[in-house]
Design a protein around this ligand. Structure first.
Ligand code: MG
Length: 157
C-alpha cells in the first residue's frame, strides 16, 4: 500500500468561473489559474502522484504549456489516474477537504463526489469530500483564495 497527500491553493478573482471538484459552482468570484484552476482536483492529482513519488501536477502539466491553458482539470485527473494504473496500482479510498469562506459548497458536494468517483472508478463510499471555513482567519476567510487538501491510499493490483 502507498499513501499520498496533496495540497493546493488558488486565488479568487472576478471574471473567472469557480470549478470545485469538477463541478461549476455559481459565485461572483472564480479561481485564477492556467487551467480551469480546480483546487480540489489539483490536490487530488498531487495526492495520487505523491503516493508513487511521481512528482507533482506542475511537473506533469506545466503552466507554461499552452496546451493546458483553460483545460478542464477532470482531464488532468484522468491522465493522472491512467498513470497510477500503468504503475500497477489501484485506489483504495480518497479523503479531501475544501477550505473556503463563501460560497457554501455543501449542496454541491454530492455532485463533486460522483464526478470524482466516476473518473477514478471508485464506489461513492470511497470518495470523501468535506468543506470547512477557517474561522475568521487567513486568506480563505478574506475570500482572497480557496485551498484544498487530499489524501489517497493506493493498493498494488
Ligand atoms: Mg492548482
Amino acid at each position: 500500500m502507498r499513501i499520498g497527500y496533496g495540497y493546493d491553493v488558488h486565488r479568487l478573482v472576478e471574471g473567472r468561473e469557480l470549478w470545485l471538484g469538477g463541478v461549476l459552482v455559481p459565485h461572483h468570484l472564480g479561481s485564477l489559474g492556467h487551467s480551469d484552476a480546480d483546487v480540489l482536483l489539483h490536490a487530488i492529482c498531487d495526492a495520487l502522484l505523491g503516493a508513487l513519488a511521481l512528482g507533482d501536477i506542475g511537473i506533469h502539466f506545466p503552466d507554461t504549456d499552452p496546451k493546458y491553458k483553460g483545460i478542464d482539470s477532470k482531464i488532468l485527473l484522468h491522465h493522472v489516474y491512467d498513470l497510477i494504473r500503468s504503475e500497477g496500482y489501484g485506489i483504495a479510498n480518497l479523503d479531501s477537504t475544501l477550505a473556503l469562506q463563501r460560497p457554501k459548497v455543501a449542496p454541491y458536494i454530492p455532485e463533486m463526489r460522483k464526478t470524482i468517483a466516476a473518473i477514478l472508478e471508485l464506489p461513492l463510499n470511497c470518495v470523501s469530500v468535506k468543506a470547512t471555513t477557517t474561522e475568521g482567519i487567513g486568506f480563505e476567510d478574506q475570500e482572497e483564495g480557496v485551498s484544498a487538501y487530499a489524501v489517497v491510499l493506493l493498493e498494488k493490483r
